[in-house]
Design a protein around this ligand. Structure first.
Ligand code: GLA
Length: 407
């Protein structure tokens, strides 16, 4: 072996070790299919206040929410816990359309960006609360190789494939059924994605279960199985504004990310493959910082982005439910923690919200997203944790949002 190929081997070895250390999974990163949801950590120290009119039991109410352009009926599911926290979901896109939580005085507000009627969700929109799949985030050039075969997907974001393609799971009707456990009330959504849909191989059976409990926790559990090797990366694309949707921008929200590394991107938002240290950069949220504090630096060289739209490496072992993010809105006292089994979380700050009807009037930075997921473009980056799902395996992923208030 010549000297140059030896040094290449060495560089690859160093890169592999660096990646293994960075994802915090020791020498082995479990594939998506091997991940098992872990028990949830104890309830928060500051429980949500009991608003007046608190109810006696958790409830799940179902109502019609209009029909699709093909005439299919869409259902609206309202989950309420004993503290009055209320979550609304629709079967179109298995979409989270409202989360009402109390502020420190007990006053409820919807803290997720949405449309008032189904119409807004039927058209192109910024994925407000959508379940995103079959592959959340970007695949470079809409192409990848799987078992020696080149897979070509539609491109819908410049040269790249984004959020499952032009239709994607956000624009599919999911079957819905109620779920009740001793501690929680919820809805299970199910969708069968046909072999070849959006170019992906394999018939994929996907489920998304949302549950709400009295500890102020909204949990999302995903599963998927396939009949041919394929790739899977599922997330929820909710935009949050803890002061209340429509109350202005989110730049004063104080954000902590349990992430020591992030993925720098090229000018089409594809990760370069490097896992960069956040220390000393505007990407460092290892201590709480207002989201807007250093956003100006991102708009200039060398980043030249409209704001945060980057995937972070969540500290700790993928497959374990662990803290990814904690956000506090100082004026209302509302706090949201995000825990996940995923290796990454995409921080996106509504950079492309344009105030137009397609965004229900929401303007740039009026919401932020914490999209828990595998790293973007993993199908083309063998050094990233694998997103390949094979027949006989079950993809499992869990994300938990814990809502509370601070004085
Ligand atoms: C993601 C992407 C963004 C943008 C939004 C949808 O989070 O990373 O670049 O495409 O979805 O508007």
């Amino acid at each position: 072996m010549g000297r140059s190929s030896c040094s290449l081997c060495f560089r690859r070895l160093v890169a592999t070790i660096a990646l293994a250390v960075a994802v915090g999974a020791g020498s082995h990163v479990p594939p998506a299919a091997a991940q098992t949801p872990q028990p949830v950590e104890p309830a928060p120290k500051t429980p949500l206040p009991l608003p007046t009119g608190a109810i006696a039991s958790m409830t799940h109410d179902v109502k019609p929410f209009g029909t699709t352009r093909e005439g299919q009926e869409v259902s609206l599911h309202t989950l309420t816990n004993r503290k009055g926290l209320r979550v609304k979901l629709i079967s179109y896109g298995a979409t989270l359309i409202s989360v009402e939580t109390p502020d420190r005085s007990g006053k409820l507000a919807n803290i997720t960006l949405s449309f008032p009627t189904l119409e807004g969700y039927l058209g192109r929109h910024p994925y407000f609360g959508s379940t995103v799949g079959r592959y959340a985030n970007r695949i470079a050039g809409g192409k990848f190789t799987l078992d020696g075969r080149t897979i070509a997907l539609a491109t819908n974001n410049g040269p790249n494939h984004l959020h499952g393609g032009p239709t994607g799971f956000a624009h599919r009707l999911w079957k819905a059924e109620p779920v009740t456990t001793p501690e929680a009330v919820g809805v299970k959504f199910q969708y069968t994605s046909a072999d070849g849909e959006e170019g992906y191989p394999g018939k994929l059976e996907a489920t998304v279960v949302y549950t709400l409990n009295d500890a102020g926790e909204l949990r999302i559990d995903y599963t998927a199985t396939t009949d041919k090797p394929t790739v899977v990366n599922l997330t929820n694309h909710a935009y949050w504004n803890l002061a209340g949707a429509g109350s202005g921008d989110v730049l004063k929200h104080e954000l902590l990310l349990a992430c020591d590394k992030y993925l720098p991107i090229d000018d089409t938002s594809i990760p370069t493959g490097v896992l960069a240290d956040v220390r000393g950069t505007p990407f460092d949220f290892t201590q709480p910082h207002p989201i807007g504090e250093r956003i100006g630096a991102l708009k200039q060289e060398p980043h030249k982005t409209k704001g945060y739209d980057h995937c972070y490496v969540v500290r700790g072992a993928a497959g374990q439910l662990r803290l990814a993010a904690r956000v506090k809105e100082p004026a209302s006292g509302r706090v949201m923690e995000v825990h996940t089994t995923e290796p990454g979380v995409q921080l996106y700050c509504g950079n492309f919200l344009d105030g137009g009807p397609g965004a229900n009037g929401f303007k740039q930075h009026e919401g932020f997203c914490l999209e828990t997921q595998h790293f973007p473009d993993s199908p083309n980056k063998p050094e990233f944790p694998s997103t390949v799902l094979r027949p006989g395996e079950t993809f499992r992923s869990t994300t938990l949002h814990r809502f509370s208030v601070e004085p």
